[in-house]
Design a protein around this ligand. Structure first.
Ligand SMILES: [Zn+2]
Length: 243
């Protein structure tokens, strides 16, 4: 089943086996997603990745994906190649283990939201929702439970993505709801053609009579159209009965 590809994800990987990108594949699988913001107003997706690249051997903090109003840039493989580990939540906090049974660094994709007066928040937010919803789809995660804000995991040190979202009057709670909606929309949006319901054959409908022998029920057909026709027929019978 495909997922509506609204945006392009630009792979711009850091060098493997550097401090920021250890090059270790997530195993056995991605278990959750951590929602971050950059904490640095007006820094862009490209700008953040460029900074990471320039300092990839100096520091070990990292994240997989940066999102602004124009771009979604993946600097550590997550969606455009086999997911690798990134260092985006401190190992010594335990909330991630309590909630998901894993350290975020070992099993979660980190997605960074860019914000600030120079960034169109509506456009950045749309891309942020979509790429998180797509991560759920790609990694087979439940969008209702798989996303957690960094501030939830590390409340004493972090306020992201609440701060970044708050810059445009949005809340974390809204983000979680909107991701679920986006996921549903992107799954439905790929329905190839609406089902065609053939007209019902004219059939006189008699009111049901109490009878010891139950009416034979047609066996369910594997065809979607037949099922729809059947449901419609039943509704017509019910409507006529209620008249
Ligand atoms: Zn963070």
């Amino acid at each position: 089943m495909p997922f509506l590809q609204k945006y392009t994800i630009i792979p711009r990987y850091l060098t493997a086996r550097t401090k920021r990108r250890p090059g270790i594949v997530v195993a056995p699988s991605v278990r959750f997603i951590v929602a971050h913001d950059t904490g640095n107003a007006n820094s862009t997706a490209s700008g953040n990745v460029k900074y990471y690249k320039n300092t990839e051997n100096n520091e070990s903090s990292s994240a997989h994906i940066f999102v602004d109003d124009k771009e979604i840039v993946e600097c550590i493989p997550a969606l455009t190649a086999s997911p690798e580990k990134a260092w985006h939540v401190r190992y010594d906090i335990t909330k991630d283990n309590e909630l998901y049974g894993f350290n975020a660094n070992d099993a979660a994709i980190g997605v960074e939201y860019c914000f600030g007066s120079a960034i169109n928040a509506d456009e950045a937010y749309k891309r942020y929702l979509w790429v998180i919803a797509y991560t759920c789809f790609k990694c087979n995660l439940n969008p209702q439970t798989a996303i957690v804000g960094h501030f939830v995991l590390d409340p004493n040190r972090r306020s992201d993505p609440v701060t970044g979202l708050g810059a445009s009057g949005r809340t974390y709670e809204k983000l979680l709801k909107d991701i679920v909606t986006e996921y549903a929309n992107c799954i439905q949006g790929i329905s190839p053609t609406p089902p065609v319901i053939p007209p019902l054959p004219p059939s006189p409908v008699s009111p049901p009579t109490p009878s010891p022998t139950p009416q034979p029920v047609p066996a369910p057909s594997p065809s979607k159209i037949s099922i729809l026709t059947h449901i419609r027929d039943l509704l017509a019978r019910l409507a006529s009965f209620l008249k």
